[in-house]
Design a protein around this ligand. Structure first.
Ligand code: PLP
Length: 423
């Protein structure tokens, strides 16, 4: 039935049928969770060989990994990070289990102590601001808000952030000192930035405040779901071509490759940026967990082995993503919303009709299906159109995911029809 052409009587009938279906789902007493992008136990099992892999040999060529020291991490781990990020090993560091912690520290350093010297600290600005392509990763926004940095929404297009908008904003405001980017399989839209967008981002250092820094969070660099995955242009090379090496910090980690709580984080930037950051980093720690770095390297010595490992992840994840898309494709038409078809990453992003995301999340919750809070993928938790819902298919077992999707599509239909009936 075409909703726009349906008579009020037809709409009321449809609403009654859906309400009945919803009540039946509610009566099942479900307790399902589609909230966070966590790997499933099956995925984690793939890295179980980490346990005992060192067999008592803790010696890396450049360190006794059991001891203190080695702020930059062991060389083999840094080499892996450099291969993954496409950076120079000299300016690539391997850290502890969380890249998010490093992002927080890099921003804290720039805010409090300055990216060059004390005078360059963002706290001296009247209103430091960061650009946030939306929808985006909620934890990026939490860090930014915590530091008191204002966030400006930027439209996310199919090929990355709207660069006309980004450049215009930067030209108009000298206190825009940063931008968040998840360049491959963006969280949650799955967007892969085009070569042209990457090049324009690399050029921002030419027009922005000298303290402007792009936070290039390549969290999903190898999280492909398709056989011929899209290639991301190398931003290190683009920055070198434009002489803007200081304007980008890059991050990645193995947390969604091995164990989510026990990965290795990687970060890289220009030599000047790394030396500056080490002044704070070296105060906070004597060195990272090098034992974990060594055992991770034993399991995944190079990018090729990492990619082979990720194919096993893909085999587990693909049926889950297919189940989500099948439910959306079969049950919802354009009149109920639009959704992404990611080639990798961890999420499907669903846009309902404007004004309905909160209602859908509440309806699903009342039927025992937890969804990420509406608005979470936006700065300050405010989705201006109240339409975006982030679906995380990775964690629940397939049969639970299928049931959760049945609930979700019923809630979307019910909320849409009720909105239409209300006028
Ligand atoms: N960056 C993005 C875009 C993510 O989606 C996530 C986790 O979901 C992280 C970073 C967290 O990374 P880590 O576990 O290395 O802190």
């Amino acid at each position: 039935m075409q909703l726009t052409q349906a008579t009020p009587a037809q709409l009321r009938e449809f609403e009654q049928t859906l309400s009945q279906q919803y009540a039946e789902l509610q009566a099942q007493g479900l307790k399902l969770d589609l909230t966070r992008g966590k790997p499933s136990a099956e995925q984690l099992n793939l890295a179980d060989a980490l346990d005992g892999i060192l067999a008592g040999d803790y010696q890396a060529p450049d360190a006794d990994t059991r001891n203190y020291g080695g702020l930059r991490g062991i060389l083999s781990a840094r080499e892996l990070g450099a291969e993954l990020l496409g950076t120079d090993v000299k300016n690539t560091l391997a850290g502890g289990s969380s890249s998010l912690t490093l992002m927080f520290m890099v921003l804290l350093n720039q805010y409090q102590f300055g990216c060059r010297d004390e005078a360059s600290a963002w706290r001296h600005l009247k209103a430091p601001k960061m650009l946030c392509p939306v929808p985006g990763y909620d934890r990026h926004f939490t860090i930014t808000e915590k530091l008191g940095i204002e966030m400006i929404n930027v439209t996310m297009n199919d090929d990355g952030p709207d660069m006309d908008q980004v450049e215009a904003l930067i030209k108009a405001d000298d206190e825009i000192i940063g931008m968040w980017c998840v360049p491959k399989y963006s969280n949650p839209t799955g967007t892969v930035y085009s070569d042209a967008v990457v090049d324009r981002i690399a050029k921002l250092g030419l027009i922005a405040n000298p303290s402007f820094r792009v936070m290039w969070d390549n969290a999903y660099a190898v999280h492909d779901l398709v056989e011929n995955p899209p290639e991301l242009s190398n931003i290190t090379e683009r920055c070198a071509a434009h002489g803007t090496q200081d304007s980008v910090w890059q991050f990645a980690s193995t947390s969604k490759i091995t164990f989510a709580s026990a990965g290795i984080s990687f970060f890289a930037s220009s030599e000047a940026n790394v030396l500056n950051f080490e002044k704070l980093y070296g105060v906070s720690t004597i060195g990272p967990d090098k034992v974990n770095q060594l055992r991770t390297i034993k399991l995944l010595p190079d990018l090729a082995s990492m990619k082979a490992h990720m194919q096993k992840h893909s085999a587990i994840l693909k049926p889950r993503f297919d189940a989500v898309l099948e439910a959306l494709d079969n049950e919802l038409g354009e009149e109920f919303g639009t959704w992404t078809r990611p080639q990798g990453g961890y999420f499907v992003s669903l846009d309902t009709k404007p004004g309905l995301a909160k209602t859908v999340v509440e309806l699903a919750d009342a039927a025992g299906v937890k969804l990420t809070a509406a608005g979470a993928p936006f700065p300050y938790g405010k989705d201006p159109d109240n339409c975006n819902i982030r679906i995380s298919p990775s964690f629940p077992p397939l049969h639970e995911l299928e049931t959760a999707m049945k609930v979700l599509v019923t809630c979307v239909k019910l909320a849409t029809i009720r909105q239409q009936l209300a006028g």
